[in-house]
Design a protein around this ligand. Structure first.
Ligand code: SF4
Length: 377
């Protein structure tokens, strides 16, 4: 399990290693990448480091080139579907946190069908299903019933719900789910404890091991990420890279994707945001693209239209569109959002914009039959 190696390099030490990288280290990493050679973990850290900030142009060029070689001009589009905002956990930065006095809602089966119909009418084939962490309201039976409804309307289903045991993940896969998304939020143990003080999510190690359990269960795709804004971003990038490297080697049949959501305003009065500016943010994405050429890079509607349009041409492989972060938000908006979104363009507006940039927006690149094919090997 990743937890067995996690504490060998503490969070702060990882950040210090990145800060110690010099311009010569960055140039060496870029030279390797330009020659088409693979980079090692130290090269990745060099590209993440502040010393790489004056090399954004060659990093953007390489990101674009690598993305084109590995993924062509495609950008996969997906939408999130929030089944519930009920949550027994307390995460200081989240609008759904247990203490927040907000209207709570868990979708009924009919309401799930209504939401699915709206998304289907927009042409969406890839869906991410989300819930809060209230096992009494959204237990595994509820999730499986939702999956059986949604798999009729969508080709690819991903879950971004509370972490499960390996056998439960196997059940979820057997029900027709392709992908598991489980962001660690922060890899900083101290900050994790401060921000998650109640509920299942308090158990950091259980969450940290969720991608391992997902890999063992056999998910075709697993998404990792850190919520930028909770702790030192360099420490997050160190541990996230370490996590990705470990998982890619260990679960080689699974494909991995990474997202770097930045903190957005939410209900509650979370004040302690560690800001990450645009230049640093894009450097982190370029470093990931260049160092892990085969991983997917996901960009959410938390980011601005302008930034999304630029990054779509520079290494991103997948984007959420027209996201509503409240349960029932597509068919009957009213409950509370988990966080505010920045890019509120419609699916057709984003498709238009991507095509204008020479990209191929993709709604379907997966068929559930592939899950059965995989079982034959
Ligand atoms: S981040 Fe997830 S677990 Fe934490 S309060 Fe929000 S919905 Fe609940």
């Amino acid at each position: 399990m990743f937890t067995e190696i996690f504490d060998q390099t503490p969070f702060a030490a990882g950040s210090e290693i990145i800060r110690s990288k010099k311009k010569e280290d960055v140039e060496k990493a870029l030279h390797q990448a330009t020659r088409g050679l693979s980079l090692d973990f130290q090269d990745y850290l060099s590209l993440v480091s502040p010393s790489a900030s004056s090399y954004l142009e060659p990093m953007a060029f390489l990101s674009k080139k690598i993305k084109k070689e590995r993924f062509g001009n495609t950008i996969q589009l997906f939408m999130p579907l929030y089944l519930s905002n009920e949550c027994r956990s307390s995460c200081l930065y989240c609008g759904f946190s247990y203490e927040n006095k907000i209207p709570r809602k868990t979708l009924t089966e009919d309401e799930i069908r209504k939401e699915a119909a709206v998304l289907q009418s927009k042409g969406i084939r890839h869906l991410v299903i989300l819930t809060g962490e209230d096992y009494s309201k959204t237990n595994l039976d509820y999730i499986l019933r939702a999956i059986s409804i949604l798999r009729e309307s969508f080709d690819s289903l991903a879950i971004e719900i509370y972490p499960l045991d390996t056998d439960d993940y196997k059940t979820v896969i057997a029900s027709g789910v392709e992908a598991l998304i489980v962001y660690q939020e922060t890899y900083d143990r101290e900050v994790y404890t401060e921000n998650h003080y109640r509920g299942i999510k308090k158990n950091m190690s259980y969450r940290l091991e969720a991608p391992d359990r997902g890999g063992k269960a056999g998910f075709r795709r697993i998404g990792l990420g850190a919520l930028l804004g909770l702790s030192d971003p360099l420490g997050e990038l160190y541990k996230l890279g370490e996590h990705a490297k470990y998982l890619i080697l260990k679960y080689w049949k699974t494909s991995f994707q990474i997202s770097l959501p930045r903190m957005r305003p939410a209900a509650g009065d979370f004040q302690k945001i560690v800001p990450v500016n645009d230049r640093d943010f894009v450097r982190y994405l370029f470093a990931l693209r260049i160092s892990f050429p085969d991983i997917g890079l996901v960009l959410s509607t938390r980011e601005s239209k302008t930034l999304r349009d630029h990054l779509a041409t520079l290494g991103i492989t997948s984007m959420s569109v027209e996201s509503k972060t409240e349960p029932g938000g597509y068919s009957n908006s009213g409950a509370l959002k988990q966080f505010e979104i920045e890019d509120d363009r419609s699916v057709s507006e984003i498709v238009f914009s991507l095509k204008k940039s020479g990209l191929d927006p993709v709604f379907k690149d997966f068929d559930r039959a592939l899950l059965r094919t995989k079982e034959c090997f």
